[in-house]
Design a protein around this ligand. Sequence first.
Ligand SMILES: Nc1nc2c(c(=O)[nH]1)N[C@H]1C(S)=C(S)[C@@H](COP(=O)(O)OP(=O)(O)OC[C@H]3O[C@@H](n4cnc5c(=O)[nH]c(N)nc54)[C@H](O)[C@@H]3O)O[C@H]1N2
Ligand SMILES: Nc1nc2c(c(=O)[nH]1)N[C@H]1C(S)=C(S)[C@@H](COP(=O)(O)OP(=O)(O)OC[C@H]3O[C@@H](n4cnc5c(=O)[nH]c(N)nc54)[C@H](O)[C@@H]3O)O[C@H]1N2
Ligand SMILES: [Mo]
Length: 686
Amino acid sequence: MAQKVPSVCPHDCPSACSLVVTLDAGRITDVSGNPEHPYTQGVICGKVHDYAERVYSPLRVLRPLRRVGEKGRGRFEPISWDEAIEEIARRFTEIKVRWDAEAILPFSYGGTLGVVQFRAGHPFFHALGASQLDRTICISTAYAGWRATVGMVGGNDSEQMVGADLVILWGINAAYTHINLMTFVKRARERGAYVVVIDPYRTRTAKQADEHLMVRPGTDTALALGLMHVLIAEGLVDREYIERATLGFDKLAEHVKAYPPERVSDITGIPVERIVGLARRYGSTRASYIRVGIGLSRHDNGGMTCRTLACLPALTGAYAHPAGGALLSTSGSFPLNVGAIERPDLMPKPAPRVINMIHLGRALTDPGLQPPIKALYVYNSNPASVCPNQELVLKGFAREDLFTVVHEQMLTDTTDYADIVLPATTSMEHLDLYRSYGHLYLQLAEPVIPPEGEAKSNWEVVRLLARAMGLRDPHFDKSEEQLIKEALATDDPAVKGITYERLTTERWVRVNVGRPYMPFADGAPTPSGKVEFYSEWMAKQGLPPLPTYVPLQEGPENAELARRFPLQLIVPPNRFFLNSSFSQSELLRKRQKAPIVFLNPEDAATRGIGDGDLVKVWNDRGSAQFVAGVTDDTRPGVAVIEGIWWHKFQPGGRGVNVLTSDRVTDLGGGPVFHSNLVEIARLDSA
Ligand SMILES: Nc1nc2c(c(=O)[nH]1)N[C@H]1C(S)=C(S)[C@@H](COP(=O)(O)OP(=O)(O)OC[C@H]3O[C@@H](n4cnc5c(=O)[nH]c(N)nc54)[C@H](O)[C@@H]3O)O[C@H]1N2
Ligand SMILES: Nc1nc2c(c(=O)[nH]1)N[C@H]1C(S)=C(S)[C@@H](COP(=O)(O)OP(=O)(O)OC[C@H]3O[C@@H](n4cnc5c(=O)[nH]c(N)nc54)[C@H](O)[C@@H]3O)O[C@H]1N2
Ligand SMILES: [Mo]
């Protein structure tokens, strides 16, 4: 008899959906969105709807494996858990003795955002004295930029936008990456709101908007400065809010005189009248809601961009309107006691060195690194697909003297290089607490099925490893339930009263931040206590203290490079994968059709490329093959590759990230995934 049980989507997505799982004879047969959850409202994406296909995938890792073939080939023999743990502990100990514990590097990111399983390895690697990983690959640039202006990573609750008159989706393809946001966008639009999308190509989100501004990649700061120029010149600002809640307006007003719409039009590729039109629209209502995507921060100048966008609602006073304001992420809106899970106090002093995760390729191949990285422990991540400068990453992974352990649900591009593969549970099989970076609900999910095969959760494996390595701290005796209780134990009023017990019965609880939530209504938690148009902190980072447009290092302004590689390439997510997750699914690969590079008919014609041709895309970092999608959904000079197909499912065996760079952005040490120059040619063998 079929039975319905609650769960939560664990994936790295701002929606963090509440799920209803149908079980038949103990097997998952269907997954749907919980209609009662105020944010999910019964809507989930196509990839999670078919979650049974993921849980029971033919590529699922079901028992521990030991490499038998060459690195990269993915040939293994099954071994027992005891053998696997014993071998890992022995190799880690040998490396620690011979090279120092810093020669061991944990590598993890967003496979699950569960509060416990996301950071399960931290206490173990801290206690071991391993190198620390700086987890910069996604949010660190955007968050650093946002904080520079408003002091925290938060903003007005996106549920409030339903009452807005103007909605701007700035560098966010929510129809793919945060579909539940579109529920509120649609409702606002039905009420009469005007919806604007700002994105270099016509995304599915842009197609649902009233207006789309096809901005040239990396020029949003200039666009925002142009809007500010008009707002200030035409007196469309809220003097009272500016006086009360902001810092540096007079300096800003002087500064933006240098960004008249004509100049901004040249930089951004957007016609003057569209810039002036949007500024007047924005300046004539305080009920304007800007939702900023994280994607647009993945440029050389991305931190500055996010900082600049956070200034806009402070000019019109929209931050103080119950249906207005702006949001990048809700991550900083309330604290959890994650220190109790991460246990930084277990680290030796002085603290071990820190390695930026986007420099994985460099770290694995740098002959000068002392001690060298001799062991890698990967969980919650697929670095052999997702990291930039991928050729260098693969070169590192291929090192015979590198001992690589990968704890995974699937046989990925990364497990192909593993010495030991450990089977991981899915969120359907383990317990965790979930917060979201798009909404304000805390949720709990208990296992709905027993572990498939011999799979174990991240925390269970860490406990086994800690014991095998002789780590005696009582922390490693704790259960997942205990850790969740400790994470919830904070005195912060936003989380007070939200207990484990309450979550097991209510399933989700909105944090106590009040409604409407307007954190910057009267100022912001910056050093000055105000929304900072002028930021001393930015100056300390060696950046202009006022919002300033800085051209991309790898963009058309780099004339020498642009001569050889005339096309700008951006690499945003696709619809049916989640970063590289779900690339294992034959069903979803079929829905996604093929690894495609979109290019404008003009760029295709000059290269003799037709729609559907097999093409080569390359630059000095690498070369990969794609199917050409010729479309005026993108502008001349801008190519788009959506999603991360595993190398092994890509024609030619190389995927998108051989093209992307491991340069760091202006702030936060994050990646420049979208700042690429490339050339494209037809492959005659097509
Ligand atoms: N289906 C699906 N959903 C996902 C993901 C996925 O892979 N697939 N990934 C998840 C993760 S980890 C994250 S971090 C979020 C990311 O989701 P978003 O915050 O939406 O970020 P991106 O999709 O990287 O980029 C958003 C948009 O920014 C545009 N963009 C690129 N450069 C510029 C620019 O210079 N200016 C402007 N205005 N726009 C620009 C891209 O074309 C893209 O449409 O989505 C999550 N949700
Ligand atoms: N070209 C390009 N590259 C990008 C991006 C892009 O838009 N374009 N986006 C970037 C961004 S925003 C991000 S966040 C990164 C994401 O990079 P990753 O965090 O590496 O994301 P995924 O590709 O989803 O890989 C996560 C892996 O974790 C595994 N996993 C899931 N749950 C568990 C678990 O409970 N335990 C264990 N042990 N494993 C688990 C999954 O099976 C999956 O293989 O990629 C970045 N790379
Ligand atoms: Mo991300």
